[in-house]
Design a protein around this ligand. Structure first.
Ligand SMILES: Cc1ncc(COP(=O)(O)O)c(C=O)c1O
Length: 361
């Protein structure tokens, strides 16, 4: 008997999450050194983290000691930033981990999770791992959520509804009145605000009114900490307590805790780089709009989605990659002919536009 026969049957066809290829893996396969690649494929912050983080980590002398498993200091720090009491907060090894924990906490095999597609891939990834049934409610032509259709999809088995706001990869926001209409159904609604600092729209003030509201945030984007894996969730306190109980011990490492503390001390610096990206987003949009074989979707995030005409989007992704420009292509219904560009530095915009013009003729 081969050991693979022991694998859960429903996982044998599981494809996993297809993350963007990293520069060190691509180096050698293409003619561009990793350090010269323009990485605009994962919505990271090209300005990096606060220099205070680097200094504090270099000084720290206790990496041999486990972090506080209960996250007391960390939850207080995040509470100050998010403006809600620490009892609502749990931090994760990236907000991805909190998506996984929440599904594991609430979803029995056969329970349903509503997903408004196209959207971020981790909800379906974790749902499948937990034997949840994914109920897909496609967004409309402009990628807005069809609230009536979402409500019609709710059954007695619905445990969660995910709404990414602004949505990834489409960049658009769901109006607050639509979110309120969903909250009024009483079903737990997860509003994933990974890009909140770029949209400046949040439903956090609704937390005191709605017991079924969960908000997810991350420091990967605005604070430039994607590599240290730190995100947080705002949950009804009873759910937060259970998430703390079921999470793996010490899920947030000491370096990430230090990084949060230093980032929050340097908020002005980080918000200035967020503002630079918001300004650059407009310049990138203006430039891309001038290319007649691209149709760009409005965005409130740190990336833009473009529909490609006359050129195969998968092929364009490869051609850009050969030139060291890493962008995101999704081989998925509705967006097969689209490419997502993260907003980079001005020189990244210039190189991208120049290369798109060369490729497109
Ligand atoms: C909508 C959304 N949620 C969550 C995440 C993951 O964040 P983290 O790095 O904190 O796991 C991302 C990252 O791309 C995202 O786009």
């Amino acid at each position: 008997m081969g050991i693979e026969k022991l694998i859960r049957k429903e996982l044998l066809s599981f494809g996993g999450y297809s993350a963007a290829a990293s520069p060190e893996v691509l180096e050698g396969r293409i003619d561009v050194a990793a350090k010269d690649m323009i990485k605009i494929d994962a919505n990271e912050n090209p300005y990096g983290c606060s220099p205070r983080v680097n200094k504090a980590l270099a000084r720290y002398a206790q990496f041999n000691i486990y972090p506080d498993d209960g996250q007391e200091k960390l939850r207080k720090l995040l509470s100050g930033y998010a403006g809600v009491d620490a009892k609502y907060i749990v931090a994760g090894n990236g907000s991805n981990q909190l998506i996984d924990l929440l599904i594991r906490l609430l979803v029995n095999p056969g329970d349903e999770i509503i997903n408004c597609t196209p959207t971020f891939g981790i909800y379906s990834f974790s749902a499948k791992l937990c034997n949840g049934v994914l109920v897909e409610v496609p967004r409309d032509e402009a990628f807005n959520i069809d609230v009536a259709k979402v409500k019609a999809a709710i059954t007695t088995k619905t445990k969660l509804i995910f709404v990414t706001n602004p949505n990834n990869p489409t960049g658009n926001l769901t109006p607050e009145k639509d979110l309120i209409e969903l909250l009024d159904t009483g079903v737990p609604i997860v509003v994933d605000e990974a890009y909140y600092e770029f949209s400046r729209k949040t439903v956090v003030p609704l937390m005191s009114k709605y017991e079924n509201l969960i908000v997810l945030r991350t420091l990967s984007k605005w604070a430039g900490l994607a590599g240290l894996r730190i995100g947080y969730g705002l949950f009804p306190p009873v759910i937060a307590d259970f998430i703390l109980r079921i999470k793996i011990p010490y899920n947030v490492n000491v370096a990430a805790i230090i990084a949060v503390e230093e980032s929050l001390k340097d908020k002005d610096y980080l918000m200035a780089s967020v503002q630079r990206l918001i300004d650059e987003r407009q310049r990138l949009l203006d430039q891309v709009q001038k290319i007649n074989w691209l149709t760009v979707y409005p965005t409130q995030s740190n990336f833009i989605l473009c529909r490609i005409r006359n050129i195969d989007a998968g092929n364009l992704h490869k051609q850009l990659q050969l030139k060291g420009i890493l962008v995101r292509y999704f081989d998925q219904p509705r967006i097969k002919d689209c490419i997502r560009f993260s907003v980079g530095k001005p020189e990244h915009t210039d190189a991208l536009i120049k290369t798109l013009r060369e490729i497109g003729g």
